[in-house]
Write a protein that binds this ligand. Structure first.
Ligand SMILES: Cc1ncc(COP(=O)(O)O)c(C=O)c1O
Length: 293
């Protein structure tokens, strides 16, 4: 929706980073093809601090930039980007900015605070709402020309009703989402999250004691996610990737947050309210089995 709403002239560019989500990258590529636009990808290394992230994106913006797409929390690497500064940067450059906040609800208390032109986030991740529950906020200046990708009877309605009135769409997840958020408050998820944020390095290091695994210290990790690197070439992107995840389930009883980024193989640890220290001990006990793959 966001990419379809902004003006992208032929010869213009869409700026993104190399830490973006794969399917979002495909959306950028498709839109760029349709518009005859180019893509400028800012490289953000794993050891980047906030200044380096801002500098990388700033370096990719020039007078051809039509729109910038950035992550609030990166999917393959669990890095938190300084979204306030990135939005301010784009505002100064007079370029619209789309924020992919898929992981932000539940991890960042006010994920829309920076008021980007477009913000989207998932409620089926950390808030545990039913699968397929996502939010989109369109900045005021774009609302009149922002339309759902599928035409339905709600098409003539104003924003945001035309997004909500979509044929036979199942409203159950949307009805459940606010209840899921209430549950997070009831169980004091912000308090539990802060506790995990303090101790998760310790459990990451325990898992990193498995031969072949290496802890990847990030300057600003997502509060309850940590990154480990697997041996080079361990995972393959493409169709084999799903099979490798399934193999970990079948052989070790583990659902693992594998990721391939820049050809390198990673394991992303997460901690939610239902996790116990024992979960990470089990990981450390079973992961050596991966060495025999
Ligand atoms: C950063 C990021 N962007 C986008 C998505 C896509 O979300 P969905 O599959 O709900 O469209 C994900 C999902 O994991 C993600 O992590």
């Amino acid at each position: 929706v966001a990419l379809a709403t902004v003006d992208i002239p032929a010869g213009g560019t869409i700026v993104c980073t190399d830490q973006g989500y794969g399917a979002v990258r495909y959306a950028i590529e498709r839109r760029a093809r349709q518009c005859g636009a180019g893509i400028v990808t800012a490289g953000v290394p794993l050891d980047a601090d906030d200044d380096a992230v801002v500098a990388a994106v700033a370096g990719a913006i020039d007078d051809r930039t039509a729109v910038v797409v950035v992550d609030q929390i990166t999917s393959p690497t669990a890095m938190m980007f300084p979204i306030d500064r990135l939005v301010a940067l784009c505002r100064d450059a007079d370029v619209p900015v789309i924020v992919d906040g898929a992981h932000a609800p539940g991890l960042i208390d006010d994920p829309y605070a920076a008021r980007p032109d477009f913000w989207t986030g998932n409620f089926h991740k950390w808030p545990c709402a039913p699968r397929g529950t996502a939010g989109l906020v369109v900045g005021e200046r774009w609302r009149d020309r922002s339309f759902p990708p599928i035409v339905s009877f709600g098409d003539g309605l104003p924003y945001a009703e035309r997004f909500d009135d979509q044929a036979t769409v199942d409203y159950a997840p949307w009805l459940a989402a606010p209840i899921a958020l209430d549950v997070l408050t009831e169980i004091d998820w912000p308090g539990i999250r802060a506790e995990w944020a303090d101790k998760l390095d310790e459990y990451r290091d325990l898992v990193a004691s498995v031969p072949g695994l290496q802890a990847v210290p990030l300057v600003s990790p997502a509060p309850t996610m940590r990154l480990l690197e697997l041996p080079d070439g361990f995972l393959t992107s493409g169709p084999d990737f799903k099979a490798q995840r399934q193999r970990a389930v079948d052989e070790f009883g583990l659902e693992l947050g594998f990721a391939v980024w820049q050809g390198r193989s990673f394991l992303r640890l997460s901690a939610h309210a239902y996790n116990q220290p024992r979960d990470y001990e089990i990981l450390a006990e079973r992961l050596p089995g991966l060495a025999t793959w």
